[in-house]
Design a protein around this ligand. Structure first.
Ligand SMILES: [Zn+2]
Length: 326
């Protein structure tokens, strides 16, 4: 982690009392003569009061200031700036000692804390029945650490006791009205890594009237759902659209991973699929078919064996199809 102030100075930005002028001065009154971008050194963040997209960490700052890609920004930080790292180490040494074995970054810590506050799914509960009706049973809930946001106000209070409202908003758990997101979406599905640490999650409604039925954590999707299936060993993996379809296959003993939506597969994830034969199981609708085409091209380019599940009738997904087979 870098000292955000050191990075800004290295980029030639004029930082005065933790602030600098916005890159989009034309959007601001008087060309942003009074600087609108503030720096939170402790959290390693910068944020413009006017421009919603002008915010982030060191990499984003380099991207914006130099007008280069994310990859190039990461390279710039790594290769060309040993002095920044030196400065940063002084600053973060103390923090690192405290956070051994915990997620390193701010958002990750917040997700970790939030999910620790939630209880497992009680078997004889509305969520339990909802899952069972979809052919997904308790051993799978437990294995995948499914959680239940049954007491929204309690969770909200616990978070506010631990974090400031501003931090919760920056972290993405709270919205701009100062409320915890995910209300009326009590099924919390964490994206855990091979060590069962959560890095992302989806909140899902079980009441049909709630739209949209799913809300993803606001932030980067770090890896596909059930990443631990991508162990680099030879075998077949089923790639599904959404955690529910993935859980459906896991329950039946298939090796499956999921992406949050048909269009969310990232090119850099192809690396994770090495040595796997991939069966694409996206929904049989326009978005799903387009997604399969795109993913198939990416995986084939990486030399992988890819085919489509191919059994779903028009408009159907893996879960509805399996339920009909029961
Ligand atoms: Zn701005």
């Amino acid at each position: 982690m870098y000292s955000i102030t050191a990075v800004a100075q290295r980029l030639g930005l004029n930082v005065v009392r933790g602030r600098f002028r916005c890159f989009f001065s034309e959007r601001h009154a008087h060309g942003d003569r009074t600087p609108s971008v503030s720096i939170n050194e402790e959290k390693g963040y910068f944020k413009c009061f006017v421009c919603s997209e002008v915010k982030g960490k060191a990499v984003k700052l380099v991207e914006l200031a130099m007008g280069i890609s994310r990859d190039d920004a990461i390279k710039w930080l790594k290769d060309d700036s040993p002095s920044i790292i030196r400065d940063s180490q002084k600053f973060f040494l103390k923090k690192r000692e405290k956070s051994i074995d915990k997620p390193t970054f701010f958002k990750e810590k917040m997700i970790f804390d939030f999910l620790s506050m939630l209880s497992p799914i009680p078997p004889y509960s509305a969520i339990g029945w909802w899952l069972a009706k979809r052919g997904i049973y308790k051993p799978t809930w437990d294995k995948m650490l499914l959680r239940c946001l049954d007491d929204y106000n309690l969770a909200s209070d616990k978070l506010l006791a631990k974090y400031s409202l501003e931090d919760l908003q920056i972290g993405g758990l709270f919205n701009s009205y100062g409320k915890l997101r995910y209300g009326r979406r009590p099924l919390i599905i964490p994206y855990i890594d091979e060590k069962k640490r959560p890095f992302f999650f989806q909140a899902r409604a079980i009441d049909k009237s709630v739209q949209p039925k799913e809300l993803n954590f606001q932030g980067t999707i770090p890896f596909p759902y059930n990443k631990s299936a991508l162990d680099g060993k030879p075998g077949t993996v089923y790639l599904c659209e959404g955690p529910i379809d993935t859980l459906t296959l896991l329950q039946r003993g298939f090796c499956a991973v999921g992406i949050p939506g048909a269009n969310t597969f990232k090119p850099e994830w192809t690396e994770l699929f090495k040595n796997k034969n991939v069966v694409l199981c996206l929904d049989n609708d326009n978005a799903g078919r387009a997604g399969e085409e795109r993913i198939s091209a990416l995986l084939k380019e990486a030399g992988l064996d890819v085919r489509s599940f191919g059994l779903l009738p028009e408009g159907e997904d893996i879960n509805s199809w399996f339920i009909r087979q029961l």
